[in-house]
Structures are given as C-alpha cells and as structure tokens.
Design a protein around this ligand. Structure first.
Ligand code: PLP
Length: 523
C-alpha cells in the first residue's frame, strides 16, 4: 500500500500488522516524513516581493539554478516540527532511567530565569560595562561550585563533561610542563570501569593510557594503583562515585599515593549528584574535576549540544586555568580576563571562542538558589534513596554483580538473571520501550557482563518508582517464564522497530536523495 507520500505504508513496520492504516499513522501518533519529502517548491509560508533589478557582484559565481529548498504553508511547517518533537522521548515525557546520565527534572523556573532579557539578549562582544549582571552571575556560580567542591578555582567555559575533562587534563599537562617534567611524565592511569571519554581525553593530548583493573567488588584498590605508579605517571582519572554506582572506599588513599608519586588526581565528576552537600572532592585530594551542569544542576541535556562542563581546580592547578575568566575589577565591578597576558597567573590557553554557555549558567544558578544548601543536600540523599529503593524492589528477580549491598545514586544489574532464557540485555531494553520507558544504560560499564545501569534521580516520586519497578518485575517474570517473543521482537509498538544501530553509527546516510517519481496507485 502506498501512503500519501507515495511510499509504502509504514503500518506493517510499526506495530502489529493487524490494522494497517492508509496514512501509515497510528491513531493520533502521526508518522513524519522528512521536510524534503513533504515540501514543495511552489509553496512558501512567507511572501517576498520580487527583487528589483540589481547587478550581481559575485564575478559569475552566483547560483544559476533554483536552490531547491522545500516550501510548506505556515501550519504545515509548524506541524512538521511539533510532530518531530513528539517523537522524542524526554524527561518531560516519562521516567528516564539512563544510568550515569542523571536525567533529572528541568524546572520551568530555570527556563524563565534564562529568558530574562538581561541574560538572554546579551552578546559576548558587548562592552563589559553593559553586562555587569551577567558577569556577576558567572562569578557567583563559580563561587558556589568552588564552595560545594572545596576547590580553589573554576574554569566555566568548557561546553560539556568531556570538554571539561580535556580542560582539566590540559591544566595538569601545563603544570607538569611548568615543572620541567613534560618529557618524562606521559602516562595516565584509567580504571577499567571508566567512561570512554576518560581514556579518549588522555590520548587526545598525547598521554599513554594504562588500565587499572577493577576488583571483584567493583572498586579500585590502592595497591593496584601503587603497582603502576612511577616517575612516568602524570595523573589518574578516577570517577567517584564510580560507574558501578559505588563510592570508591579507598579514594583518599589513592589520592595520597598519586600525590606522593608527583602525579595529579583528575576526578570524573559526572556522578557528583550523589554527593553534593555530603562530601567535597577537594577534601578527598582531587586536583581537577568537571561538573556536568546538565547532570547535577538540572540544566537540559539537549542533544549532547548545549551543555556546560565547568572544571574546578585545586590550588596546585589554579594558576593554569584557561582564559577567559571573571574577576573583580579595579573599580568595584567585574571584568572578563580575555588575554593570557592580562592574567596574573599562567593560563594554558583557551577552550572556547567566548566565555561558555550563559543560558546554562543561569539555569544552574536558578536551581542552586531555589534549593539552597539544605535542598541540594536533600536532592543527593533522595537520589541515593531512590536508587536503593529500585535495588530493593528488584534484587530478588534481577542479579546484582557486586552483591545486594547499598549503592549510591544508580544501581547496576548484570545479565546473569537472564541465563538460559534466550533473552539479552538489549531485548529487555527494547521491551521497556513497548512499556513506554526509555531504556536504562546498557552494556556500560564494561566490567560487568550485559550491564543494566539504572539511575532514577531524586526527581521521581514513590508512585512513579513503584510503577517502574512493577513494570520491570513483570518483564523479568515474562523472561523467566519463557515468553521470549515479548522481547526478541520488541519494540512492537514504537514508530520504528529494531534499527540496525551499528550500520546507523558506522555508515550514516547524511545526504537526502530525491526518490524516483512513483506513479499513482491504480484505482
Ligand atoms: C556523562 C559522562 C561523561 C561525559 O560528559 P558529557 O557532558 O556527556 O560530555 C563523562 N564521564 C561520565 C562517567 C559520564 O557519565
């Protein structure tokens, strides 16, 4: 059957075949073709006057053919984008249990604050005398981050956690070079359980990466670190709480061993939400740590793009913080130090063209001010409580790789409970989509077989956690009772069924080619 776009109806592909529709839509869930497929060249939502005669000055390089942009009426344009937005599952749609990602509620208050014209309408090239309020907010945000972590300095400009890692490691590299050890200290230790960005960051700036094995209990042991330490080690990159959802019990001993060997302690702070107001990384011996504002401080995770990953630095690394940064001006206001030569210290350079993501600073500040010190501490406690509530609700059916003991903000299951069922972690994730949940993080961390990492965050109510637990219990019982079909064919109800994710990642088709014209279907 051909739908209104002259393409085979997707009804057979989406959901069961029982009642294919003419349009391919499934009730009020509308399929949405590409703009290029629905657009027409003879339509536009705006009227332009015919241009007056003019003399092109492009030396013959001007376009000779029509540009070929698709045109739609104004309501068609709006519907296209609204329908696309409805195909996205977000934290505003339902519980989003992605472990390590801290998908917490993005309060609308934050959005209102970010839209205040004094913040949203400023331009990075405006004279600083006209943006004093924005600079004060940046300064205040930095002060809060430094206080919460008990560190000395902060670099606000990095645009994501991974970018923050790069910034912190570049500060470490600069400190090592300043000591004249640049040629000899070229190894970075990274535990097996680390996020892939850690070794990637170290390798990108020329360090050799050495793996620290994880112990049976999921933690990093100080003796394993000591075995690898020597005059060639520049730093360790350690995540705490780690990606198994556990607070590293020997973190202070590890920090001491690292410092005794003349190296630096980079902490991956992606899981900071578990300890805000409870423990300060500076007290644990951390030298540099990125903070994902989109994880811990409730700014949106938009498409991996508009993030912000400030880096806090210890006194040893503070002199190397990159430009630009805000500092108190001579006449009472604030100034933005843009040039390395204007800094009293030794900035290693700069990470971004301008000062970073103003909108995210405002949202994070709004979160901090609306929660206060006690509220932020309670958020951490509730995040940990919620993860443990899920652990307790599922531990009799799902398997816990490190035993049934308390976790931090996320709970890690493995796939031992699926043994002999013919169902895999991936199948469980797909069946969760049918139940209306975004899947948990799968197959990460790599130290656990078939990992399922669940992080509910503090935002979820008890009743939403109860429904989530009940759903997973129902799925677990199905798998154990041999209802393999519920899993291996899932998702049955999503607009698209199983996609070839490997091919999509390895050979994405990024260019749209017009299809061959299709003749009208015979009456
Ligand atoms: C999210 C995350 C990162 C990277 O942060 P981005 O903001 O996504 O670049 C690094 N490490 C861990 C453990 C993470 O969870």
């Amino acid at each position: 059957m051909l739908n209104r776009q002259g393409r085979p109806s997707s009804a057979g592909e989406a959901g069961t075949n029982a009642h294919p529709t003419f349009t391919g839509n499934k009730a009020l869930a509308q399929i949405e073709p590409l703009l290029f497929e629905i657009g027409r060249h003879d339509t536009t939502g705006v009227d332009f006057d015919e241009p007056e005669e003019f003399q092109p000055r492009l030396g013959g390089l001007e376009r000779k053919e029509p540009i070929g942009l698709p045109g739609l009426s104004e309501p068609e344009t709006m519907r296209h984008y609204v329908r696309l937005s409805q195909q996205n599952y977000g934290i505003d749609t339902g519980l989003f249990p992605l472990g390590s990602c801290t998908m917490k509620h993005n309060a609308r208050l934050n959005e209102r604050m970010a839209r205040l014209p004094g913040f949203s309408d400023v331009h990075p090239l405006q004279p600083v005398s006209t943006v004093q309020g924005a600079l004060e907010l940046m300064n205040e945000l930095g002060r809060y981050l430094v206080t919460l972590t008990n560190m000395t300095a902060v670099a606000l400009s990095p645009k994501a956690g991974a970018h923050g890692e790069l910034c912190g490691m570049m500060a470490i590299k600069a400190a090592i070079e300043a000591k004249g050890e640049g040629a000899t200290r070229n190894v970075v230790l990274v535990p097996d359980s680390a996020h892939g960005t850690n070794p990637a960051t170290a390798a990108l700036i020329g360090f050799k990466v050495k793996a620290v094995p994880a112990r049976e209990d999921g933690s990093v042991h100080v003796e394993d670190v000591k075995k690898l330490l020597g005059p060639d080690v520049a730093a360790i990159m350690l995540t705490n709480p780690n990606t198994c959802g556990l607070f590293e019990p020997q973190v202070a001993e590890i920090a001491k061993a690292i410092h005794d060997a003349g190296a630096y302690f980079y902490c991956d702070g992606a899981n900071f939400n578990a300890i805000v107001g409870k423990a300060k990384p500076g007290d644990l011996g951390v030298d540099a740590m990125h903070i994902n504002l989109h994880k811990t401080f409730s700014t949106p995770h938009g498409g991996g793009g508009p993030g912000s990953g400030p880096v806090v630095l210890s006194a040893r690394l503070a002199p190397f913080a990159p430009v630009p940064f805000v500092r108190a001006g001579k006449d009472g206001g604030f100034e933005l130090v843009e040039q390395e030569s204007d800094a009293a210290e030794k900035p290693f350079g700069r990470m971004t063209a301008f000062h970073g993501q103003m909108g995210m600073y405002v949202r994070a500040m709004s979160y901090m001010l609306s929660h206060g010190a006690d509220g932020m501490k309670q958020a951490s406690e509730d995040a940990v409580l919620n993860a443990n509530y899920i652990r307790a609700g599922l531990s009799d059916l799902l398997s816990l790789p490190f035993g049934n003991k308390p976790c931090m903000h996320e709970v890690l299951f493995d796939d031992a409970w699926l043994k002999d069922t013919g169902v895999t972690t991936l199948d469980v994730a797909k069946a969760m989509i049918d139940e209306g949940y975004h899947p948990m993080t799968m197959y990460f961390p790599l130290v656990v077989h078939g990992a399922m990492l669940i992080e509910p965050t503090e935002s979820e109510s008890k009743s939403s956690l109860d429904l989530f637990i009940a759903t997973l219990r129902d799925l677990a019982m199905s798998a154990k009772n041999g209802d393999k079909e519920r899993f291996t064919g899932a998702p049955y109800h999503a607009p698209r069924r199983r996609l070839d994710e490997t091919r999509a990642a390895r050979s994405p088709i990024l260019k749209w080619t017009p299809p061959e014209p299709v003749a009208e279907a015979a009456e």
